[in-house]
Ligand binder design. Structure first.
Ligand code: PHE
Length: 401
């Protein structure tokens, strides 16, 4: 029922439809999974042959790391404003959003529904690498191009030639932070605290470690936690015993704040370092001031003076009540526009042609940098290092790949 509403809304105005219906529709249809949702027929009727082009988005609109999905949708909505102001090939873009609540099994259900019921022609998502990894094989099997804006684990695009990403990967991100720790902070002894259930966190830990050791540093202790944990005292106490120069915490914002606060309460003074998973307007919720002076790597800086970035930020603020877009929103905005660029070059959305057009993207000018996809369907892009000061992320440096 919600979906039918969405489709009706979209046929007259894609944007109204999106803005008006998404949050309630996500909760009901996403929760119901692929089999529970009624095949309200609207999806089939609109799929492929109609005037509009249907694109699916899946992500966590609710759950522990819900700013990931919410920012992805905001970036997408802003891109849609521009796209549908002059529709590609005269066809409006219509987006169907599925909430997977940040769970891998629901990510699979979400893309299954988008493909089989909604008949989308391309899919944008997920944010968390574990969820992209879970859902990618279905997109590959059905030959529906999937572009993840943000999943950085190298395995994601290895799921097949229909799976793309427009961001850098974790071997690079890990090396950026290892070099920063070693060279800029002069750290020689690092410890790592990782999220055991996250492919992102496990991978990034490993890549950080590899580079840090190569540089001549030591990783003197490693500890882990499970997503959703709230008490990190045992791990932190043990790490404290190693007297580290830096603590690398490649987790998601949902736990990082609490980890930082508990670390400071235990008297640990070493700076904490992290990756893109820290980036969220909610990072400070559990942290108070405990993250002051800490550093993380990211895909863009909202302080950039680049004209494209400044334009994006002011348009985003105007649309979303003054909110400063996080990296996820910027990446998602870029993903939608890159997809449309490929659709135009493909002359439509025929699966193989669209796949080929995305794969041959070169020098696409995004807010998060220039995007060229390599033969492994990854983007080589610079990373930025940001420092937390007050409640702001201050630009420190840009690292080229
Ligand atoms: N790179 C993270 C992952 O692969 C996801 C992420 C990207 C989170 C950007 C926040 C911002 O899981």
């Amino acid at each position: 029922m919600d979906r039918r509403l969405l489709l009706v809304g979209l046929s007259s105005s894609a944007l109204l439809g999106l803005a008006g219906c998404n949050p309630p529709a996500d909760n009901s249809s996403g929760g119901g999974g692929a089999t529970g949702a009624p095949s309200s027929g609207g999806g089939g009727a609109g799929g492929g042959s109609g005037d509009s082009i249907k694109v699916g988005m899946y992500g966590d609109m609710t759950g522990d790391t819900a700013t990931f999905g919410q920012s992805m949708k905001k970036g997408l909505d802003l891109a849609l404003d521009e796209i549908n102001a002059s529709p590609p090939l005269g066809r409006k873009l219509e987006v169907v959003v599925e909430d997977d609540r940040g769970k891998s099994d629901e990510a699979v259900s979400a893309v299954t529904k988008l493909i089989t019921q909604d008949k989308v022609q391309a899919i944008i998502g997920e944010v968390a690498s574990s969820n992209s990894l879970a859902a990618a094989p279905k997109c590959q099997q059905e030959k529906i191009p999937m572009i993840t804006p943000a999943s950085t684990n190298p395995e994601v695009t290895r799921q097949g030639d229909y799976i793309f990403r427009i961001c850098f990967i974790d071997p690079f991100q890990g090396s950026v932070m290892a070099k920063f720790a070693f060279s800029s902070l002069k750290a020689r002894k690092a410890v790592i605290l990782s999220d055991l259930g996250s492919d992102y966190s496990k991978g990034l830990s490993q890549f950080f470690k590899e580079t840090f050791l190569q540089l001549g540093g030591q990783v003197v202790a490693e500890q882990s936690y499970q997503k959703g944990a709230t008490d990190f005292n045992a791990q932190l106490n043990s790490l404290k015993g190693s007297n580290p120069d830096v603590i690398f915490v490649p987790g998601y914002y949902s736990e990082v704040g609490t980890i930082a606060r508990q670390a400071r309460d235990l008297g640990i003074k070493a700076p904490m370092l992290g990756g893109d998973g820290w980036d969220s307007p909610k990072l400070f919720d559990g942290a108070g001031t405990a993250l002051e002076g800490c550093y993380f790597s990211n895909h863009y800086s909202a302080e950039s003076k680049d004209e494209r970035v400044m334009k994006f930020i002011s348009a985003f603020k105007a649309k979303f009540a003054g909110e400063v877009p996080d990296a996820m929103a910027a990446l998602s905005y870029d993903t939608a526009l890159l997809l449309v660029d490929a659709i135009k070059r493909a002359g439509g959305v025929e699966s193989e042609k669209l796949r080929e057009a995305i794969a041959t993207t070169k020098g696409f000018a995004g807010v998060t940098g220039s995007i060229t996809l390599d033969e492994e369907r990854n983007a080589k892009k610079p990373a930025v290092v940001l420092q937390i000061r007050g409640k702001e992320f201050k630009y420190v440096e840009t690292v080229q790949p």
